[in-house]
Design a protein around this ligand. Structure first.
Ligand SMILES: [Zn+2]
Length: 272
């Protein structure tokens, strides 16, 4: 069972092991996504986005989401799995879950894509309507997803909500589509010492973009130019999600043998 964090601000305990791994640039262990005994290589100063598994190419952040997902699956089905691959191949059919991933390219997606209750989407630029399939890819705008009320057991998003113009509208839509006791497991850029979200960009009603702070773009598999950041979250997010009726859990992970390290290994789980 994973322990979740209850104190705030979160203590930033720098671990000797992390500094050693940054110097060596690699570690070894068992990948929680592909289940392989593997090498996690090219760890850099940006620990969260590096440490690629030589087998499935997952990074530290992907494995953090996987670790919390495995914990949720164990709690929801009563069966523990050592990796996402093991779950997707040997899941108990009597307790199948509807799992919705907001990405179609990451290593988690590749392990889950043949799981019977699996859905995956992207946000596609253009005048598409949520639920439309474009060249085989399901389009969903998370501010207006097409899924029915109470239809999803587990939803995954990894560094997605900071790119949504109105992220709290999207969080409330997630609450609508989750089944009762359904869970949204997610990562977002998060200020561990601040109390208010940092609103960087505003999308005006006429469609113009207003920059309150210099624009930041994150790398994106579908957009070579990168994707704009609207907000960087903080404690305010936890309060707003609690007000929506979610039970919030904030995990600070550290599991060297699973390729999970660094002071930013933080994953959120909101339970409806
Ligand atoms: Zn792997």
């Amino acid at each position: 069972m994973l322990r979740h964090y209850q104190s705030y601000p979160i203590p930033r305990d720098e671990k000797l092991l992390d500094r050693l791994i940054m110097r060596l640039q690699f570690g070894a262990g068992i990948c929680p996504i592909c289940g392989s005994i593997t090498i996690f290589y090219k760890f850099s100063e940006n620990l969260r986005e590096t440490g690629t598994c030589i087998v499935c190419r997952s990074t530290n952040r992907h494995r953090q989401v996987a670790q919390v997902l495995l914990n949720a699956i164990a709690e929801m089905t009563g069966t523990s799995f050592s990796s996402i691959k093991a779950f997707a191949q040997n899941h108990p059919t009597s307790k199948s879950l509807i799992i919705y991933n907001t990405e179609t390219t990451n290593p988690l997606h590749h392990q889950l894509k043949n799981y019977p209750g699996y859905l995956a989407s992207e946000y596609l630029e253009g005048k598409y309507v949520s639920g439309e399939v474009v060249n085989g890819v399901l389009h969903q705008d998370l501010m207006a997803p097409s899924f029915a009320n109470n239809s999803i057991d587990l939803m995954l998003s990894s560094d997605v909500f900071e790119h949504i113009p109105d992220p709290y509208l999207a969080f409330s839509e997630v609450h609508r589509i989750l089944k009762p006791r359904g869970r949204h497991i997610f990562t977002v850029p998060f200020y561990q010492e601040r109390y208010r979200d940092e609103i960087r960009t505003i999308l005006e009603t006429d469609g113009t973009i207003k920059y309150l702070l210099p624009p930041i773009y994150h790398g994106d598999p579908l957009r070579p130019e990168g994707i704009l950041v609207y907000v960087i979250f903080s404690l305010e997010m936890l309060l707003k999600l609690s007000d929506m009726g979610y039970q919030l859990k904030m995990y600070k992970l550290h599991d060297f043998l699973r390729g999970i390290l660094g002071a930013n290994a933080i994953v959120f789980e909101s339970i409806k």
